[in-house]
Design a protein around this ligand. Structure first.
Ligand SMILES: Nc1ncnc2c1ncn2[C@@H]1O[C@H](COP(=O)(O)OP(=O)(O)OP(=O)(O)O)[C@@H](O)[C@H]1O
Length: 858
């Protein structure tokens, strides 16, 4: 018998001749093998509307199907049931009176029914077979397996159809959303989703409602007054159990039940006319929509917002845009807020390399986008995403601190979920989202995430840009290698090549220009150019120098650092520091000394606080800087010409131009240094970096205290973000460390711990300004500290910037006050033994802390 095929349903996409032929061949093959008496129905799963759409049936048996679509829900119908199963569903003696047969017309009485799944990862649709002849039709278990396999030949058509159908719905909705006001869009959307006429009402007061939009309803439904009782079912759905007074220009058809959904917290009511059953995924989706809509409707004027997430997702994927990074960024930007997550990442999985490439991120945090292997040497997954990639299953983590695969990058993250993006069953990527809240995501959220990932997979496949994804990401990865800013706190630290050292900063934030500058300088390969690094004290100038040095050809040798702030403006000392001196070249020059330019042969020299070099030495430095990398000079008091191949970097916290204007800095040297400038913004201009820095310092601290796991409360982080940080990153580090040592119990960083540490900080800074009180305290501590306490309690912390110059001055002032101007006695009080007395004086001199003793002789 010739097979005729009919397309059913208005919203069903049209089929090409080739697709029709595929179905015909399938039907022909089954009839050939199993007899002529089979009728067929082909259903497709519509993810957006959450219904089964009948796409074909053979004409002969078209009476089997009603035109309306079947909601996908357990036990609602045999077909929706079969959709949720892995195995074919088979009835030898089919019972037409079972309520689950509701969607089959009673005019035809099939004896047998078999429903098969067409599946890739999840079921895309069904093939139903109805045996109409009592005697002939019979299928064995073996036959079922055979037919199930045969059904897979339809897979390409099903995949294409799913795609086209979604396109179609989304296209229409996208057009609507662009053209119309939100209420109209909402009613259209619900009308489409629920396949029921809908009415959107706004509460005026009490129980008076006004209709603001309607769809699928005939007649006018204006300014209605409505009384209704809502019934709340156990899952929080509100149904209208009874209409109050409602005026319409048309009567409500008697055979239609009325159902309503009340928006939470409820200034709006969406009424659906007809039988709307909310079950399974449909309900989840609707809830999500309802919440979004409620938010949307509260805004004035009504505006389009995240409600359209799916539409925009599809829109971006189907647009002419072929830059995968842009597409991914749009996907993730849309979905992260929609999933009420604080952060999300999208990674690609390269099977050949067995690595994950993180390509986009969105949300409140930022992490270097890395390329990491799937497992470490022991075979343990390197992250939650890696675990999901290897298992090919979604994964929900309610508390990341208890998860073996979680790798912290931000201390505020508490829960996470991740799902694979698959194309033809193979994992090609991972989408993970995280939150600051414990147990933030539910199983339903995970199901949603999986659903979105399925959409992304289908879309990428259909858009035919997957190959491009991989090649482009490889290229991007090469570029990213140079941009490996940031840090990593735990095990995959070894993975990161710190071309920029441990320089932490949000690549998209205020540090962007600094990173760009470093990147450009590194990329230029011009190591003969002078680089000046500017930034306030503690902002990270030394770290930037290390970043420049480490990534240069000279990076294998250690960088030499000199700081002129400690030379008290003494020209001999400064010159000697730079060029070295011969024995006896000036009083105190008891030995030959090798200067730092010479020490830095074949490596880099950082001249810190270059603004502190006195003008008489500036001219000599200028001559050196003019020479290119190979410097020729003589030691102080020497005749021999020394050659050193050195790259010089200079840093300053001062405004050099101001010094030029004041006559303290040579203009020619100023211009020479200005060739390339890397500016580091103060921390107060990049508060977005604080969470990253906090995580970085916490991780460092954790390494020092085995077993300690530091946790951050949101409010603690906010307290950090609320301070102005005059001492920049160094001060932040000090505040965090102090809070950890003194105020945080078991590593719990609370707001109180931060507040206390900040209070101590402010107290100390206040003392510094008064230059005295802090000194008294420090002096007492040193005196009580026993022999040699001075070196450990003062000299070392001063060098490490843990105590400031003002603190040191205050200490010396206090010591001299106590000793009435005697340095000898002051030294003894502070535990300095005789043989170290000169060392003590030298230290004070070099630190510009050797005060005139005469002031204290009273
Ligand atoms: N971007 C950053 N990432 C991580 N740590 C940083 C960063 N910037 C600064 N730090 C930390 O802050 C401290 C001060 O940094 P650094 O010594 O580089 O500042 P500086 O500008 O050279 O200070 P100064 O002007 O006092 O010499 C260091 O201990 C470093 O660990």
């Amino acid at each position: 018998m010739a097979t005729e095929i009919e397309v059913l349903g208005e919203n069903t996409p049209r089929l090409s001749d080739r697709e029709i032929r595929t179905f015909e061949e399938f039907v022909g093959e089954i009839r050939k093998r199993y007899g002529e008496n089979w009728g067929f129905v082909f259903d497709l799963k519509d993810n957006i509307a959450q219904v089964l759409r009948c796409i074909y049936t053979d004409t002969h048996h078209s009476g089997l199907l009603p035109m309306r679509h079947i909601p996908i829900a357990d036990n609602l119908s045999w077909r929706s049931m079969a959709l949720s199963m892995d195995e074919p569903l088979f009835f030898d003696k089919f019972d037409l009176d079972d309520p689950r047969s509701f969607y089959l017309q009673r005019t035809i009485r099939p004896r047998q029914m078999a429903i098969f799944q067409v599946r890739r990862d999840s079921n895309l649709g069904l093939v139903s077979m109805f045996g109409l002849n009592e005697t002939k039709a019979y299928l064995s278990q073996l036959d079922l397996t055979d037919i199930q396999a045969l059904c897979q030949t339809l897979l390409p058509v099903y995949e294409k159809m799913v795609w086209r159908m979604e396109q179609d719905v989304l296209d229409q909705a996208t057009r609507t959303i662009r053209q119309k006001e939100t209420p109209i869009f909402i009613t259209e959307l619900f009308n489409r989703l629920l396949e029921s006429p809908v009415l959107l009402l706004r509460r005026l007061d009490g129980n008076t409602y006004q209709a603001i939009s309607q769809n699928g309803l005939e007649g006018e439904w204006e300014s209605e007054t409505l009384l209704f009782n809502v019934k709340r079912d156990k899952d929080q759905v509100f149904f209208l159990s009874e209409w109050g007074k409602i005026t319409t220009s048309r009567a409500i058809p008697a055979d239609q039940k009325l159902t309503g959904i009340v928006f939470k917290p409820g200034h709006h009511v969406l009424l659906c006319l007809g039988e709307v059953r909310l079950v399974g995924k449909t309900k989840d989706n609707l809830f999500h929509f309802i919440e979004q809509i409620e938010k949307l409707l509260q805004q004035k004027p009504y505006q389009i917002s995240t409600l359209s997430f799916l539409l925009y997702l599809q829109h971006w994927i189907r647009s002419q845009e072929r830059d995968i990074k842009i597409i991914f960024q749009h996907i993730i930007d849309t979905l992260v807020p929609f999933l009420s997550a604080d952060y999300g990442t999208l990674a690609l999985y390269s099977r050949e390399r067995n690595r994950l490439m993180f390509v986009s991120q969105a949300g409140q945090f930022s992490n270097p986008l890395k390329d990491i292997p799937l497992a470490d040497k022991e075979g343990t997954p390197t992250s939650i995403s890696a675990f999901v990639a290897s298992e090919n299953k979604p994964y929900l983590v309610s508390d990341v601190r208890r998860d073996p695969y979680y790798r912290a990058f931000n201390p505020s993250i508490r829960s996470e979920m991740c799902a694979p993006i698959r194309v033809r069953g193979e994992v090609i990527g991972l989408f993970s989202v995280s939150s600051r809240e414990l147990e933030h995501f539910s199983k339903q959220d995970l199901a949603k995430l999986e659903f979105y990932c399925d959409q992304i997979g289908i879309a990428l496949f259909q858009a035919g840009i997957l190959e491009k994804v991989f090649t482009e990401t490889e290229e991007a990865k090469k570029l990213d290698q140079d941009f490996k800013f940031g840090f990593d706190t735990h095990t995959h630290a070894a993975e990161v090549t710190y071309n920029f050292g441990n320089l932490v900063g949000k690549p998209t934030g205020a540090m962007r220009q600094t990173f760009d500058a470093i990147h450009r300088i590194n990329g230029s390969g011009r190591e003969d150019l002078n680089v000046l690094i500017t930034g306030e004290t503690g902002s990270g100038k030394e770290m930037v120098s290390f970043a420049l040095h480490n990534s240069s050809n000279r990076g294998k040798k250690p960088m030499v650092v000199t700081n002129f702030a400690s030379f008290g403006g003494d020209p001999n000392l400064i010159q000697s520091e730079l060029f070295g001196h011969e024995k006896g070249s000036f009083s105190g020059a008891t030995h030959r000394r090798i200067g730092c330019i010479e020490q830095a042969h074949e490596t880099t020299l950082l001249i810190d606080e270059v603004g502190d070099i006195v003008p008489s030495v500036q001219i000599k430095l200028l001559r050196v800087l003019q020479q290119g990398n190979v410097k020729k000079f003589q030691r102080l008091g020497g005749q021999e010409t020394i050659t050193s191949n050195v790259r010089i970097l200079a840093a300053t916290h001062q405004n050099l131009w101001q010094l030029v204007k004041e006559g303290k800095f040579r203009e020619d040297l100023f211009y020479r240094l200005q060739t390339l400038v890397v500016r580091i913004p103060p921390l107060r201009e990049r508060l977005e970096d604080i969470p990253l820095l906090a995580a970085h310092f916490s991780a460092r601290y954790e390494q020092k205290v085995p077993g300690l796991k530091i946790t951050w409360s949101n409010r603690a982080m906010q307290a950090l973000e609320g301070y102005s940080w005059p001492g920049n990153v160094r001060q932040l580090e000090a505040v965090i460390n102090r809070a950890l040592v003194m105020f945080a119990e078991d590593g719990n960083m609370t707001e109180a711990a931060i507040e206390q540490s900040l209070a101590a900080e402010m107290h100390q800074r206040g003392n510094e300004q008064e230059s005295g009180v802090g000194g008294t305290q420090l002096f007492r501590q040193v005196c009580d500290g026993g022999p040699n306490a001075f070196w450990g309690m003062v000299q070392q912390p001063y060098r490490q910037h843990e105590i400031t110059h003002a603190n040191l001055l205050a200490l010396v002032r206090e010591a001299l006050t106590e000793s009435k101007g005697s340095y000898k006695q002051a030294a003894a009080m502070m535990g300095i033994v005789d043989k170290d007395y000169n060392r003590f004086l030298d230290f004070l001199k070099n630190s510009r802390a050797k005060l005139d003793y005469r002031e204290f002789r009273r």
